[in-house]
Structure formats: C-alpha cells, structure tokens
Design a protein around this ligand. Structure first.
Ligand code: F0G
Length: 441
C-alpha cells in the first residue's frame, strides 16, 4: 500500500448551497441565439456551470460574512478602512493604500498620475482594461513577455517572465525618461495564468533600478503565482505562500489590485504605493472617480470582507486546493485529447482554439465559436480570450493576437470535483465532433 497517492482536498466544508437551474438543449439554443452567440451576453440564469471568470465569483467564508456585519458605514474614516490598510501593509508590504471599486479603478488613477502623452509602458503581456487606461492616458503599451508565452505548447515553467533584452531595447530606443514604469503582472492572465519567477523579478528590479524606472505590479493573482514559485523554483519549497507574496512585492514600487480574484471578495480593489508623492496625488484624484480616500467606492463591509479575504488567500492549504482543482480539470481535459495551454495555469484552463478548430481562419472567431458550442453542449459558460477580447485598433482593424483561447475560469471555493468531471466531458464531446463546426461572422 506504499504507493497510494495522497490527494488534495478542500480545507473547508459547505454550510449553505446555491441551487442551479438545469436547462435542456432547446432552451440553450434559444438562449444563445438571443445572446447573439456571445457567452458574455447570456443571462446567468440560463447557465449551469459558470466559468466565464474567476472575478468576483468566489465563495466567501463564514468569517468574511461575519465581517460584513461589522461594516462601519461612516462616510469618512471607517474602521474597516484602517483594518484593510493594516492588512495590506502586513501581508503585501506596501506602505500607502487607496481603495477603489475594483482593479480598473486603480488602473485609471495610476495611469492618469504616472503617464504623460508619448510615454511607453512595457509590460509582460497586455490585459484589456490595463492597456486601455494606459492608452487613454496618452501612453503606448509594449509587450516584453518572453517569446515562450506566445506558444501554447511550450512547457517552460515561468512563461510570465519578462524578456530583459526586449526591455533594454525599449530603454535604448526611447530613453528611460519616456518609461514611467514597467507594468509587471503576476500569473499573467492572457498567457493562461502563467507565473513569473523570483529570479526574473530580481533581474527586472536590478535593470529598472539602474535606469530609475519604477516597477508597478498588477497583483490581481499574486498568491497563485506564489504557489507556482513554491512548487517550481529552487530554494522556495519550504517558504510559505505568505512569505513568497511579500518577497515578490518587495521588488516592486506599487501595485494595482483587483481584489475580486485572489482576495476572495465579490467586489473591491485598490492602488497601493510606496512613494508619498504618488500617494498624495492619488488620494486627491480618487475623490473624483471613486469616492473619498477612505472608502474609494466601497462600503465599509466590503473593505472588511477584503481584509479578511486577503488573509485567507495566502494560506498554503487554500492555495493547494485552489490550484489543485484547476490542475485536476486540466489533466482530465488533456487526457481526452483536448488541446490546452501548458503548463496548466493558476486560475483556469485555456483551450487552444486554433488547434481545436484548425480548419477555421482567425477572423471567423474560432474561440468565440468554441465557447458557444460548449454552452450548447452542456450549459457550461466559458470566455473567449482571443481576437474578440483583443479589440480593434483606432482605425477599426482587428488586432490578431497569437493566442486564440477559450478560458475555462474556475471561481474559488465554488464548484466540486464532480462539476470538473462534467466540464471535461463536455469539452471532450465537442472535441469529438470538431470537424463539423463552422465559424462566425
Ligand atoms: N488585471 C488583471 C490581470 C485582470 O485579470 C483584471 C480583471 C483586471 C486587472 C481588472 O480588474 O475587473 O477588478 O476591474 N480580469 C477579469 C477577468 C475581468 O475575467 O479576467 P477589475
């Protein structure tokens, strides 16, 4: 009996359940047609298992719900703000906190403060709202992620890494004064939830320091990144997630956060910085766009739930089960031959729609088509992450991203292993009849 495998399991049990509506194929066909074949436009009542996003869809703990009852709904100086501020300092290590209604609220303020017209913002792959705020502030995004990140089959363990040569070239070409900061994301979303290594971060810090350039961290999924460092990077196996998260942040000058992911809340985010001047400006600006600097568009109870959620998110047991569930689903899908992005990332499984539907040109929207087919098959809702998400240039032409993916995003602490089986089987069914699938206009 020596070789029996030791499974992970959830470090929690259920106290309340939310009933789901089951649909039949005819109902799904009708719902999808009404949604213009766009899974974003489906009513969630018509969805069985919702994998559209891991954003704001997590299940809160009994402690977080109890915290909601401790909300201090004062207009200014709510006790929950001070609690959150303390947690951000303790767990994340950033000095000054500006709460915002969600991540993009922080991106807006940061971009407006740091970016001047004509500036260059290098980043390890774009995220939709982040890039848009940079562009709206007059900047231009430049992708400096390593080439491996654009190859869904490359098994490099840190596909979120920055290519320092690409960054050096940009500095040479434009001059450091044109680069207000490098936008560094952990668990790079559009690459498939791929982590950056501590080694790469240290090198990035050294290079940016030499040129006086800031590193601003999109820390939306930093704890998931820390888990991969613990599992894969030499010298980190015995460190806790909490220690690794703090070390990651120590190589950066500030952060934007969508707390709707890692931090286990349904709404909330923040901007955190170490520079007093930037903080002062942000504190004035947040009043215009979000609300007073001690609530930033959130209720006191939301800030309390966030403060508690941040603590839970950096627990080793939580992260083992969180990523364990994602890996379980990915391995099951791969065992049916479904082409997925490798290595499996932290927040979901990304199916390679170009390999799944090789007969379909990219401007017939293979990923959008595949998401629609999965919904028709089982009521599972997934998200397109390809040519549609990439948006259009100002002249109306499509961007043609190298990655054309369907994201099966797993909400935290919400679904069971049996749900994962149903999802994998549905993907396998659609894969079986892939040759018969036509694209969209
Ligand atoms: N940065 C990253 C890496 C994100 O994934 C998101 C949101 C944001 C910033 C913006 O934060 O939504 O709170 O305003 N991602 C969601 C997703 C929408 O489904 O991946 P937000």
């Amino acid at each position: 009996m020596k070789n029996i495998k030791r499974s992970w399991a959830e470090p929690y049990k259920m106290k309340m359940v939310e009933l789901l509506k089951m649909t039949n194929p005819a109902q799904r066909k009708k719902a999808l047609k009404e949604a213009g074949y766009n899974t974003f436009l489906l009513r969630s009542d018509d969805v069985y298992i919702d994998l559209l996003t891991d954003s704001g869809t997590s299940a809160m703990s009994d402690r977080q719900w109890a915290g909601m009852m401790m909300g201090d709904e004062a207009y200014a100086g709510s006790r929950n703000f001070y609690h959150l501020e303390e947690v951000v300092k303790d767990v994340y290590g950033y000095k000054y906190l500006i709460p915002t209604h969600q991540g993009r609220g922080a991106e807006n303020i940061l971009s407006k403060i740091l970016i001047k017209k004509g500036d260059i913002i290098p980043g390890n792959m774009y995220f939709t709202t982040t890039r848009l705020h940079q562009e709206l502030a007059g900047g231009k995004f430049e992708d400096i992620i390593i080439d491996e990140a654009h190859d869904p089959e490359n098994e490099f363990p840190f596909k979120g890494n920055v290519d320092l040569n690409k960054l050096e070239k940009l500095i040479k070409k434009h001059g450091a004064e044109k680069i207000p900061y490098v936008c560094m994301a952990t668990s790079v979303n559009m690459a498939g939830g791929q982590p950056i290594s501590i080694k790469n971060l240290k090198e990035l810090r050294a290079l940016t320091k030499k040129h006086g350039i800031r590193v601003i961290h999109d820390m939306t999924r930093v704890a998931e990144n820390a888990y991969f460092i613990q599992q894969r990077e030499k010298g980190y196996a015995h460190k806790t997630i909490k220690e690794i998260v703090k070390e990651i942040n120590s190589y950066t000058d500030g952060a934007t956060m969508s707390a709707k992911k890692d931090a286990l809340v349904n709404i909330g985010g923040f901007l955190a910085v170490n520079e007093w001047d930037v903080f002062e400006e942000a504190r004035n600006m947040v009043v215009v766009y979000e609300g007073l600097h001690t609530y930033g568009g959130l209720a006191g109870r939301d800030m309390e739930a966030m403060a508690i959620g941040i603590g839970e998110s950096v627990s080793d047991g939580h992260m083992k089960a969180r990523v364990g569930q994602v890996i379980y689903l990915g391995e099951k899908m791969a065992s049916y031959g479904v082409p997925i992005v490798k290595p499996i990332g932290g927040h979901g499984i990304f199916v390679d729609a170009i390999k799944f539907l090789p007969h379909m040109p990219q401007d017939n929207f293979p990923a959008q088509t595949l998401a629609a087919e999965i919904y028709l098959d089982s009521g599972v809702r997934t998200m397109e992450r390809g040519i549609v998400s990439a948006g259009r240039k100002t002249n109306g032409e499509n961007y043609f991203p190298k990655l054309e993916l369907v994201r099966f995003t797993i909400p935290r602490r919400v679904y069971t292993q049996a749900h994962m089986d149903v999802i994998a089987e549905s993907a396998a069914r659609v894969y079986d009849r892939r040759i018969k699938i036509n694209g969209m206009k």
